[in-house]
Write a protein that binds this ligand. Structure first.
Ligand SMILES: [Mn+2]
Length: 313
């Protein structure tokens, strides 16, 4: 990976560590994937797609890169899953301690074990908002507690873990689950208040771990384990926007982009979604819409399959 480049091709003056508010740590790790390999190529594909995106965000009327985005050297430790997790933990903590808004781009989901460990040491009453198709609550898998199938087992023991979009798990994971804090995709599909219900479960400090397989394979086919019945784009943005508005999001990671050379739209979606999350974090003005009837409407709610807004038409 060419780390002399800046994130998204931004001018060097916005890419220096000392003046940047935001740090991105790439972790091209794919040591424990069980089905399709290739998440180690995720950061490179994400960075290439980011270079081809417009840096003005229409919705928030902002250019978040001007807050400064430092592209850190990639964490390439891969001697063992445990060694990788330790390296991610140390690197993440290093930048949190420099008062940066730290983000991590994986790699498979096991990288989040290290990221979450660092955030949990640095922020009190932390919620880990886990957006994923998979529960990832196994204590150990294929001989390691740092397997991707164990991504949030530790978070479930040590933080307020809230899981969203889940639609695939082993029966043994039911024992670990706090059912008040798990939002299954099949329930979300028929509960128009799911966003309110999730937000009710969050403490004020929130770290978001976003597994791209939470999204529907129709919009995110390039992921290791695509599961049908996932989130679509605008409902995802609506939900994330609310979390960023209503809570103190302290950082996030994005994992499991498994790029396919003939299918670039997934890479681009990941790049745009990542930039949207930064835009939501740093936007200063209130960008909610007003329909003129003194009733706030969200422009995306009508596009959401998880909403039932028939009466609006
Ligand atoms: Mn997953």
């Amino acid at each position: 990976m060419n780390t002399t480049k800046t994130y998204a091709g931004i001018p060097q003056e916005y890419g220096n560590l000392s003046t940047s508010k935001i740090v991105i740590i790439p972790v091209p790790y794919d040591g424990t994937s069980t089905w399709q390999k290739g998440a180690d190529k995720g950061p490179q594909a994400f960075l290439e797609a980011s270079e081809n995106m417009e840096l003005f965000d229409i919705e928030t009327d902002s250019e978040v890169y001007k807050e400064g985005v430092f592209l850190a050297e990639a964490v390439t430790e891969n001697a063992s899953p445990e060694a990788m997790v330790d390296a991610v933990h140390q690197e993440t903590k290093k930048y949190i301690n420099r008062n940066k808004f730290v983000t991590v781009f994986g790699g498979e989901h096991s990288v989040s074990i290290g990221t979450i460990r660092a955030f949990n040491e640095c922020f009190s009453n932390l919620t880990v908002l886990h957006i994923d198709a998979h529960a990832d609550l196994r204590k150990e898998y294929e001989g390691s507690s740092c397997n991707h199938a164990c991504a949030v087992y530790e978070a479930n023991q040590t933080t307020n873990l809230v899981q969203v979009g889940i639609r695939s798990m082993d029966i043994s994971e039911k024992r670990e689950m706090n059912t008040d804090k798990v939002f299954f995709a099949h329930d979300m599909a028929v509960n128009e208040d799911w966003m309110d219900d999730v937000i009710d479960q969050l403490t004020s400090n929130v770290f978001i771990t976003f597994d791209l397989d939470a999204l529907d394979p129709s919009i995110m086919p390039s992921t290791g384990t695509p599961e049908p019945g996932g989130l679509l784009y605008y409902e995802t943005l609506e939900f994330l926007k609310r979390v960023f508005e209503e809570k103190n999001v302290v950082g996030f990671d994005m994992v499991e982009l498994c790029p396919n050379p003939t299918e670039k739209s997934s890479d681009f979606l990941a790049a745009k979604l990542f930039y949207k999350m930064l835009s939501y974090k740093f936007v200063e003005n209130d960008f909610s819409y007003d329909n003129g009837d003194d009733e706030m409407v969200n422009p995306f709610s009508k596009l959401s399959k998880f909403k039932n807004d028939d009466d609006d038409f």
